[in-house]
Design a protein around this ligand. Structure first.
Ligand code: NAP
Length: 259
């Protein structure tokens, strides 16, 4: 299927690795020019070089922390007329509900709620003026089914989800489509870090920790950045114009719900 977005320009945040990288790669494979971001310049430049060579698109690497005003300004300046925005950032650390201070909550809300909102507020006026745009926010399966030890993530992402629910309905008639993708467990550094936490807390092996988590997934495995990226690219395509304000769970069936 031709996604109909060849020649478009996309901003993909937090994209040197993991789900952001998978999304950037899938868009590049469709002929989309990219502005990609991550804090670590070396891995980011390497990712950009690989995608340029593999897909023949323009890839501009902007190193910086997307959760800061300076980081966001640099990314937006590199793509003043972006057609596609994929928001993403690292997830907050795990812990217990009683551990977190006001500052911990503010940091999580800044990273996983206010940052994507600020990026949408900056990029969407241009999309509206040009009559076409796509926004995909990478959130978490925890929005539908809370992960108790990820209370900071549960909290911040719920706020973003509420903003998108209303805003997506306000901009749809102007050609701008906003949706959220909710990853369950995917084989990325983030998943490895969370598995490492279980290893440490319970004194079990990494293999045992992974086997336990896989047993909670009906598909019997972790997801891959490639299949996540393909779903993201579809939501950015011309075919997704009637999918508005949805929260699409990619979790191998782990969220045990009828609807
Ligand atoms: P990952 O493999 O750890 O990759 C994170 C990417 O984001 C890296 O490229 C990293 O590069 C970049 N990054 C992190 N913080 C950044 C920041 N402040 N500014 C700019 N770039 C930043 O993570 P992932 O698994 O792809 O997860 C992506 C998002 O999905 C996270 O919010 C995570 O909580 C959520 N999620 C993941 C899973 C899963 O199973 N993987 C499940 C549910 C939700 P630098 O470190 O160089 O900046």
């Amino acid at each position: 299927m031709d996604l109909g977005i060849r020649g478009r320009t996309a901003i993909v945040c937090a994209a040197s690795k993991g789900l952001g990288r998978g999304s950037a790669e899938a868009l590049a494979a469709e002929g989309v020019d990219l502005v990609i971001n991550a804090r670590g310049a070396e891995a980011l430049e390497a990712a950009a070089a690989e995608m340029r060579a593999r897909h023949g698109v323009t890839v501009t690497a902007v190193a910086g922390d997307i959760t800061t005003p300076e980081g966001r300004a640099a990314v937006l300046a590199a793509a003043p007329e972006a057609d596609i925005l994929v928001t993403n950032a690292g997830g907050p650390p795990p812990g217990l509900w009683s551990d977190w201070s006001r500052e911990d909550f503010l940091k999580a809300i800044e990273a996983n709620m206010l940052t994507p909102i600020a990026l949408m507020q900056a990029a969407m006026p241009g999309m509206i003026a040009r009559g076409w745009g796509r926004v995909v926010n990478i959130t978490s399966g925890a929005v539908k089914s809370p992960v108790p030890q990820l209370g900071l993530s549960n909290t911040a992402r719920a706020g973003l989800t509420g903003f998108v629910a209303g805003t997506s309905r306000q901009v749809a008639a102007q050609g701008v489509v906003i949706n959220n993708l909710l990853p369950g467990i995917h084989a990325t550094d983030r998943a490895l870090a969370l598995d490492g936490g279980v290893v440490k807390a319970r004194g079990i092996s990494m293999e045992a920790a992974r086997a336990e988590r896989m047993a909670t997934i009906p598909a019997g495995r972790y997801g891959t950045p490639e299949e996540f990226g393909a779903a993201c690219a579809f939501l950015c395509s011309v075919h997704a114009g009637f999918i508005v304000g949805q929260n699409i769970v990619l979790d191998g069936g782990a969220n045990n719900a009828t609807l």
